[in-house]
Design a protein around this ligand. Structure first.
Ligand code: AMP
Length: 458
């Protein structure tokens, strides 16, 4: 099934590499609806990559299967702990090679939670997975931008009809070939994502793809090279190619682009593999001689993101208080949201910067933007959860304004008809935590935080 030719031109590589340079393999496939057949192709390619002493092998988007119909794409979706992924984990361990699975149709239970009703199909996620050389799953990124394209008479592919978008940015992961930022296909059109990865320390960006032929012809190489040049990262793009079924075909032309923007390995449009060395010393040289990131005008525009960390990652200080991770329900890069131990009404929560900063005016512009973006998201969630259309959003900034905890915080209070008279809410806010009353039980706060954490996803 595999073509014996290795890549179209660019560079023939041998198994030996210069010290510190790591060989990677990129696999180009024509996945069908048949998961077994696709797996057999992958297994063969993994073996070939290992034989050449590659440290990591990259597969395209939908390496598990390409559905013939919308329904098939939903019905055949696989679980992370299912056979397909398990077998790849075994292969990685057997050959001692890292595997970028490209992407699978990930079956997810949480999409079926009752509050997402009315009766919606449990749409799979398009998930990029990384398995290490011991066979452990060490990375997962769920595609953020779904490809909905309808050019009459040319191409119609509506990914949102059989897939649901991810909700989170995922920090780059350490691999033996460098720090890897995981993206998928259509994500390549969103430079904010790749620049965010670069800011987080990425050295390699992976774009497993199944590009349509018409968009591939027009944009594929230009987009990949542009992402490489502006982030000064290696870009690794394993692609689907050829006819998957009567209705769907892909452009192919898998490629590896270096941080200078040069295409250092490329397949044509056949099922094939291509290889290149990742040279991090070369990458550093480029970043040093042209330090574009140091030249950014962060005073005029920013790379501020709404990165969401795991809210239960760790406790965080709030002034002199320790806020238990159990009571934190949302966490961005710079801010966090937690439930109040003495709420003025049900749903009264707080949003604060992660850095302990006393006054609003002492926050950086990035922290300020992030704080209020998070506050807005939390407000929206609370109004939905408490079925209302109003909120009080307040900052008591400084001692004369009623601030008791010396750490900036935004009070968000969902309001309902008749809860307070006139502006009495402000009177209540200024004294609610000074009254002699016990904080709520931890368990109560924990349950509330768990509920809000789920609501924040929708
Ligand atoms: P302020 O009076 O504006 O400084 O508001 C301080 C807010 O923090 C009040 O709403 C308190 O109820 C709340 N608070 C203080 N300590 C904690 C804590 N350990 N956990 C949760 N909320 C807290």
């Amino acid at each position: 099934m595999l073509s014996s030719r290795i890549a179209t031109g660019v560079r023939m590589l041998t198994t030996s590499t210069m010290a510190g340079h790591k060989l990677i393999a990129v696999c180009q496939m024509t996945s069908s609806h048949n998961i077994e057949e696709n797996y057999a192709t992958m297994k063969d390619m993994i073996k070939r990559a290992a034989y050449r002493n590659c440290k990591m092998v990259f597969f395209p988007e939908c390496s598990d299967f390409v559905g013939r119909t919308r329904q098939e794409s939903v019905d055949q979706a696989i679980f992370m702990d299912g056979d397909f992924v398990k077998r790849l984990q075994r292969d990685a361990a057997e050959h001692g090679i890292w595997i970028s699975v490209g992407s699978i149709h990930e079956q997810v239970d949480e999409e079926c939670l009752p509050h997402t009703a009315p009766v919606k199909v449990c749409m799979p996620k398009n998930s990029n997975l990384v398995i290490d050389a011991k066979g452990d799953l060490v990375g997962k990124y769920r595609k953020l931008h779904l490809f909905d394209l309808d050019i009459p008479g040319k191409v119609r592919l509506m990914e949102s009809e059989f897939s649901s978008a991810g909700h989170h940015l995922v920090k780059p992961i350490e691999t033996p070939v460098g720090r890897l930022g995981m993206c998928i296909c259509y994500d390549v059109r969103f430079p904010e994502l790749s620049l965010w990865y670069r800011k987080q320390g990425a050295q390699i960006l992976s774009y497993p793809a199944a590009f349509t032929v018409s968009t591939g012809l027009a944009h594929w190489e230009t987009l990949l090279r542009t992402r490489a040049i502006e982030t000064q990262c290696y870009v690794v793009a394993a692609a689907q190619t050829g006819m998957h079924n009567e209705k769907r075909s892909s452009y192919g032309h898998s490629m590896i682009v270096d941080p200078w923007g040069a295409v250092v390995a490329q397949c044509s449009d056949e099922v094939d593999m291509c290889f290149a060395e990742i040279k991090l010393d070369y990458l550093e040289k480029i970043r040093l001689t042209q330090p574009v990131f140091a030249h950014r005008r962060n005073d005029l525009y920013s790379l501020n993101s709404n990165y969401v960390a795991n809210p239960g990652e760790s406790d965080i200080m709030f002034g002199e208080h320790v806020i238990s991770k159990d009571t934190i329900f949302y966490r961005s890069e710079l801010s966090y949201a937690f439930v109040n131990h003495k709420p003025v009404v049900e749903g009264h929560v707080l949003v604060a910067p992660i850095n302990k900063v006393e006054r609003l005016t002492d926050l950086t512009d990035e922290e300020t933007a992030d704080l209020f973006i998070v506050a807005k998201r939390v407000q929206k969630m609370l109004e939905k959860a408490h079925k209302t259309n109003s909120s009080t959003v307040a900052v008591q900034d400084g001692p004369c304004a009623g601030q008791t905890v010396k750490h900036v915080h935004v009070h968000i209070v969902p309001r309902t008809e008749g809860d307070f008279k006139g502006d009495d809410i402000y009177e209540e806010l200024s004294k609610h935590d000074k009254k002699e009353r016990e904080p709520r039980p931890h368990q109560h706060m924990k349950e509330e935080a768990e509920l809000y954490a789920k609501y924040m996803l929708y």
